[in-house]
Write a protein that binds this ligand. Structure first.
Ligand SMILES: [Zn+2]
Length: 311
């Protein structure tokens, strides 16, 4: 049984032919800015067809297609309610792609899809209940209970980046104040790094990033490793707020594992060990409850393809 998984992003469309959790062939094409959605979906169908060909399988051997898409997706209908990155509103992605390909198409939010990929084949494969957070431009969330994706009504749940961890705090992209995303996204980390770099002209941050444009999610971590106190302040604060969010998720779901993906997760144990230490100190009933493993994602970009194929 072959399935095709597609990770539709604002910049690239990555797709793969999948069998039993293995990617047999994959490719990446440009999404193209400001194109009519019909043209983008047609490209996706074309990409899927040539991938099947590359993998040496006939079109009728493809059982289904799954798509991970940014924004708000209505899973039941496969409609993209809105996706700012794509400039899409009420786009019938699932039905159109399905009619082009002649197979069932399932669509879900990209963070959910990545969580499913990691849960089945990546860092979470040995755990039944898992929460995934993608620490990128925003903070994406995915909830896996009993190895199944929990999406909520109309698939609009699982927005873990938009739980408030500080009432009246920083303004979030969603319009609310104090969301986890406003503190734990790579964008938040970068903007705090830029701020403190400006205030401390003798900081090692200037060595790591010669210009503001060079500041990224790794800058503060790298400067901290050189013993820089300004950078340590930024990182400590970042880790503190992220831990606050994780503790909330532990108290709600008590998962066996939390998997962190996205650029910031490249820090690995330097990030997860610090989170675990804070969580041990602060989590309600931690001593009497099962420990929650905090891990980093292992599949990288393939999580989106494998998760989408598994929808
Ligand atoms: Zn928010």
């Amino acid at each position: 049984m072959y399935r095709i998984g597609i990770d539709l992003g604002g910049t690239n469309i990555k797709a793969g032919v999948v069998k039993n959790g293995k990617i047999l062939a994959k490719s990446s094409i440009k999404t193209g800015k400001n194109r009519p959605y019909g043209a983008v979906i047609k490209d996706m169908a074309e990409q899927a067809r040539s991938l099947a060909e590359a993998a040496g399988i006939a079109p009728e051997e493809v059982e289904s297609v799954g798509v991970g898409c940014p924004g708000a997706v209505t899973g039941k209908t496969g409609t993209v309610a809105y996706a700012n990155n794509l400039g899409w509103r009420d786009v019938p992605l699932g039905p159109v792609l399905s009619s082009l390909m002649g197979v069932p198409v399932k669509v879900s939010n990209d963070a959910n899809v990545a969580a499913l990929g990691e849960a089945l084949y990546g860092a979470g494969k040995d755990y039944r209940d898992m929460i995934m957070l993608t620490l990128g431009t925003g903070v994406g969330g995915g909830i896996i209970i009993d190895k199944r994706l929990v999406e909520g009504n109309e698939s609009k749940g699982g927005e873990l980046g938009h739980v408030v961890i500080r009432t009246g705090g920083r303004l979030c992209t969603c319009g609310r104040r104090g969301c986890l995303e406003a503190y734990a996204s790579a964008s938040a980390l970068i903007s705090e790094t830029v701020k403190i770099r400006r205030k401390t002209p003798d900081s090692a941050l200037w060595k790591i990033a010669k210009s503001v444009g060079e500041v990224n999610g790794e800058t503060a971590f790298a400067a901290e490793k050189l013993g820089d106190t300004a950078a340590k302040k930024v990182v400590d604060e970042y880790v503190y707020y992220l831990a606050e969010g994780l503790m909330n998720f532990c108290n709600i779901f008590r998962p066996q594992a939390i998997v962190l993906g996205g650029g910031v997760s490249a820090e690995g144990r330097n990030l997860t060990d610090r989170l675990v230490a804070l969580m041990k100190a602060g989590n309600y009933g931690y001593a009497g409850t099962p420990a929650v493993e905090v891990l980093t994602a292992t599949l990288g970009n393939d999580a989106g393809i494998l998760g989408a194929a598994s929808l």
